[in-house]
Design a protein. Structure first.
Length: 134
């Protein structure tokens, strides 16, 4: 049996604000943006050029959901955005106003820097190190 994680809900305060950040500032594709009953929308965004997991941007509908905005992982880095060119994507994201919480650093596993979305959710932008050759 084959399984894969394809969609993760991300609670946001406003559909358009979230869509603008994810699609314009960090370059995701908008796969769907459709009206649903009750004034809700089905807004799905995913890193450009991939067929992996996507975010369902879900506008908070009550106080319990609003209290989860920006803290869906309890303050830990919750999301990991892999890139094939760290310098290119880091520079483009900085130019688009993305808030990086640290300078890029090299680790044994690759080059990484933590950034935050407008809500405070944190992400690692990471380019994995090339495998060691013997």
């Amino acid at each position: 049996m084959a399984q894969s994680l394809f969609l993760v809900t991300l609670v946001v305060d406003d559909y358009d604000r979230a869509k603008a950040f994810y699609c314009e500032a960090i370059g995701f594709d908008c796969l769907q943006d459709e009206m649903q009953p009750g004034g809700k929308r089905w807004v799905v965004v995913r890193p450009k050029g991939t067929d992996g997991a996507a975010f369902l941007l879900a506008q908070a509908a009550n106080e319990t959901q609003r209290s989860a905005i920006g803290n869906q992982t309890g303050g830990r880095v919750g999301f990991f955005l892999k890139t094939d060119d760290f310098a290119r994507d880091h520079a483009a994201m900085l130019a688009a106003g993305v808030c990086f919480l640290e300078q890029p650093r090299r680790e044994v596993y690759g080059t990484v820097a933590v950034f935050a979305d407008p809500y405070g959710n944190t992400f690692d932008l990471i380019q994995h190190a090339a495998p060691a050759t013997s």
